[in-house]
Design a protein around this ligand. Structure first.
Ligand SMILES: NC(=O)c1ccc[n+]([C@@H]2O[C@H](COP(=O)([O-])OP(=O)(O)OC[C@H]3O[C@@H](n4cnc5c(N)ncnc54)[C@H](OP(=O)(O)O)[C@@H]3O)[C@@H](O)[C@H]2O)c1
Length: 344
């Protein structure tokens, strides 16, 4: 495989994981350049990286740029992706700014890697919640066709970046320390202000059924991402997708209860066989061997357990699906796309 120069933009929770994964997988890089808003040196796992201030940098000579900056108008990809592309790089973007744009392939290699070749300089990584769900359902969609998907997600705080991880940690410590002093349970609502400023409510010891802003039909932006991105990835907007996305006080790994119905008749064993054979999936057949967020953190695969048939709907099934949101949900998926680019 040819050796390339890689750019990594952003060194938050996803950017750091990208740097770890490039190293773990011996990605064929002759040089890795790292960019963020401010210049500094950072150490990750004993290795020192020099971070360049992006507004002063030149992007010449970068072959592949993995973007993990924040989203929106002041975000890295809105401001800088086109500049990298003009200098000859292919940009793989973790954010949502370009995912739904025509001409931008939205890629999960286990599901639709053949569409990478259609890129015009920019390839988008889907949302973390969508990625693990389509990896879980990709084989079933191919074999039986999906008619409906109803998702309830239980999402880790790291999905909202490093400040959200700190919010969970700081709020939890404040509550536990306060309880120590009191020697009994305290009324946690009296200990902290209602919001840490990162989430709309206290996240410690809580569950918040809002991720993103409220949009059409009272669905949140996160729920609409799941709906629209699933349609784009499966190239089938007839699938009836709906979702409830909930933030929970877990640091890393999203858990999902996925209900789906298939178009063609399928037995429980047929669905189980497809899951067991699906690329990137680890399926546990024993009901008591369900995957847990704590055990899945740091792993690459999408873990599935608790497959059940709907007792009232012949073609309906439930499964429990857990994956590391920073790895398969973001950094790993982006690096896998880069590996596909080098193979083609
Ligand atoms: N966290 C997840 O599970 C997850 C999953 C899927 C997708 N994503 C997406 O991945 C991206 C990164 O998320 P994250 O959770 O890693 O965020 P984060 O922890 O908040 O880190 C953001 C990083 O982006 C840099 N940055 C922000 N604006 C920039 C700009 N204009 N130019 C250059 N760098 C800029 C910051 O630079 P400084 O360090 O200098 O401040 C920081 O290093 C986001 O688009 C997010 O939506 C995240």
């Amino acid at each position: 495989m040819k050796q390339v120069t890689v750019g990594v933009v952003g060194v938050g929770v996803v950017g750091i994981e990208i740097l770890n994964i490039l190293r773990e997988r011996n990605f064929p890089s002759k040089n890795i350049r790292v960019f963020a808003r401010s210049e500094r040196d950072i150490e990750i796992d004993g290795r020192l990286y020099t971070v360049e201030a992006i507004d002063k940098a030149s992007f010449a000579g970068i072959d592949i740029a993995l973007f993990a900056g924040t989203e929106g108008e002041a975000g890295a990809s809105t401001l800088y992706a086109s500049k990298f592309i003009e200098e000859g790089a292919v940009v793989i973007d973790n954010g949502s700014d370009f995912r739904m744009k025509d001409g931008v392939p939205l890629i999960v290699p286990q599901v639709n890697r053949e569409r990478i070749a259609n890129h015009k300089g920019l390839i988008a990584n889907p949302n973390c919640t969508t990625i693990q769900m389509v990896v879980a359902l990709g084989g079933i969609q191919k074999k039986f066709g999906l008619e409906q998907i109803i998702l309830t997600s239980f999402q880790a705080t790291s999905g909202a970046g490093r400040s959200a991880v700190s919010a969970l940690w700081d709020e939890s410590k404040a509550i536990v320390n306060s309880n120590d002093k009191a020697g009994n349970y305290a009324d946690i609502n009296k200990i902290l202000p209602k919001t840490s400023g990162v989430f709309s409510h206290q996240i410690a010891f809580n569950a918040i059924p809002q991720i993103g802003s409220f949009q059409e039909g009272n669905y949140t932006s996160e729920e609409w991402k799941v709906i629209k991105e699933t349609h784009k990835i499966f190239a089938d907007s007839s699938i009836k997708v709906s979702a409830t996305c909930v933030r929970i006080p877990v640091f890393t790994a999203h858990s999902e209860a996925i209900y789906f119905t298939v178009k063609e008749k399928a037995t429980f064993n047929q669905i189980a066989d497809v899951l067991a054979a699906s690329e990137g999936v680890i399926y546990s057949a024993k009901p008591e061997d369900y995957p847990l967020a704590l055990e899945v953190e740091g792993k690459d695969e999408v873990f599935i357990g608790r497959l059940r048939r709907d007792p009232f709907q012949e073609n309906g099934f439930w499964m429990w699906c857990v994956a590391d949101n920073l790895r398969k949900g973001a950094a790993l998926n982006a690096v896998e796309i880069a590996e596909c680019l080098l193979k083609d």
